[in-house]
Design a protein around this ligand. Structure first.
Ligand code: GLU
Length: 447
């Protein structure tokens, strides 16, 4: 572990004591703090005003019961969360995650990261996150609808176009957002498009929002490669996961000439040397709600459940599955296989040990706060369209996404230069994200 600046040690200790057992949240805070020493030295006014103490304590946390009735007529009870972390730059903004392992620590780590990610985009967005331990896997559409309606029956009191604007995340896609928006509209008697992003195209959604996180990650990789006069043409790429982010990262990488040779799900992975068949993947995952084992069978390939997808050698790795999926062992396997660029499509998929392995091996590493910001960038573009009752073309929206990802890339590197850590995307992203929030907090006084 990198040592913390003395002014940050007590703040970090307070975070771990105040939030016992929330290891992912501790990890996310530590990762940011480890990069902030040069900021503390250059700007003692931030520590004097207890900016970090304040940022680590969410402005508001809501935990609620979500009762619903399953298809067999049994009453089920889940837990719902919304952690409203920071609204200094705009309304709280961040997705909802439905997954059985969601607990307070998951939502807090995601919400904390979202503050800096959203700030780094340069857009007017605060940070928050929410979700539930509900598992949509294997549930009928009717069960998902009843769960979403119950979830929104409580959540609607806390959100709004100018207050808190949720979106999707793992387990929350177009189907869930439709049920959530429908219930919000019914409860409030308002067609308030700006209250949620990731909406369907016929009811206030934006072009490119579905593709945005995956496309954005690949645009970021393009900028990383361009620094050494390379592009994606002919690069061998591996993505992990096979959800929305992974599929669209693979699609864009292949459109730009790469060969994406592997992807995975929680059951194992598939190596497809010819390059992934994106249409088949979309059909299996989005239409049939099937598994990678179905993909393997239909393509006549092996479905591998031993080891991990990171055993497949590649030039570019884009982890798009979930937090802490890529540890030290996997990082060493990637380095041995010749990887030169790693960009996080998911939130915190690489453990601190893995990041150290990449750094020691001279692998260019982009953290999720920067590389996966395309989703929230396009959410902000969706909010702009909703506010002006306009809708933009695919090409225009995609170009806005691409240029914003390039700006984020350049902002990371120029900030890293300013603070004497050249080439360090992690420090650049954290410092640029943090200083924008901290300056606004100083301007607002103690709130
Ligand atoms: N869940 C996405 C993220 O992790 C998108 C959030 C949003 O669009 O508000 O950034």
């Amino acid at each position: 572990m990198t040592a913390l600046h003395p002014r940050l040690v007590s703040v970090y200790d307070e975070v771990t004591q105040r939030n016992p057992g929330e290891s992912e949240f501790h990890q996310a805070v530590r990762e940011v703090f480890e990069t902030l020493s040069p900021v503390v030295v250059k700007h003692p006014e931030y520590a004097d005003a207890q900016v970090l103490q304040r940022l680590c304590e969410p402005e508001r946390q809501i935990i609620f019961r979500v009762p619903w009735v399953d298809d067999a007529g049994r009453v089920q009870v889940n837990r719902g969360f919304r952690v409203e972390f920071s609204s200094v730059l705009g309304p709280y903004k961040g997705g909802l995650r439905f997954h059985p392992n969601v607990y307070a620590g998951t939502v807090k780590f995601l919400g904390f990261e979202q503050i800096f990610k959203n700030s780094l985009t340069g857009m007017p967005l605060g940070g928050g996150k929410g979700g539930s331990d509900f598992d949509p896997k294997g549930r009928s559409d009717g069960e998902v609808m009843r769960f979403c309606q119950s979830f929104m029956t409580e959540l609607h009191r806390h959100i709004g176009e100018y207050t808190d604007v949720p979106a999707g995340d793992t387990g929350v896609g177009a189907r869930e957002l439709g049920f959530l928006f429908g219930q919000y509209k019914r409860l409030t008697n308002r067609y308030e498009s700006g209250v949620l992003t990731g909406k369907g195209l016929t009811w206030g959604g934006s072009q490119v929002r579905t593709e945005a996180t995956g496309f954005g990650a690949v645009y970021f990789v393009q900028s990383m490669l361009a620094l050494s006069q390379r592009d994606l043409e002919g690069q061998r790429v591996v993505v992990s996961g096979s959800g929305n982010v992974a599929i669209h990262a693979a699609q864009k990488a292949q459109e730009l000439g790469a060969v994406v040779v592997a992807c995975s799900d929680s059951g194992g992975y598939v190596v497809d040397e010819a390059g992934l068949d994106i249409d088949l993947l979309k059909d299996i995952k989005n239409v049939r709600r099937g598994r990678m084992s179905d993909y393997a069978r239909e393509r006549g390939l092996d479905h591998i459940s031993a080891g991990s997808v990171w055993d497949v050698h590649c030039d570019v790795a884009i982890p798009c599955a979930t937090q802490n999926e890529l540890g030290e062992r996997e990082a060493r396997a990637l380095v041995a296989g010749g990887v030169s660029v790693v960009a996080e499509g998911a939130n915190m998929p690489c453990t601190p040990d893995a990041v150290r392995v990449f750094r020691d091996a001279g692998v260019a590493f982009a953290p999720g706060k920067a590389a996966n910001a395309g989703g929230v960038v396009t959410s902000s573009l969706e909010m702009q369209q909703n506010a002006s009752r306009d809708s933009w073309t695919f090409a225009h929206t995609d170009e806005r996404l691409r240029s914003t990802m390039t700006e984020i890339h350049d902002r990371c590197l120029s900030t890293a230069d300013d603070y004497d850590v050249p080439g360090d995307y992690v420090a650049g992203a954290n410092i640029a994200g943090f200083t924008r929030v901290a300056d606004a907090m100083l301007a607002f006084g103690v709130i």
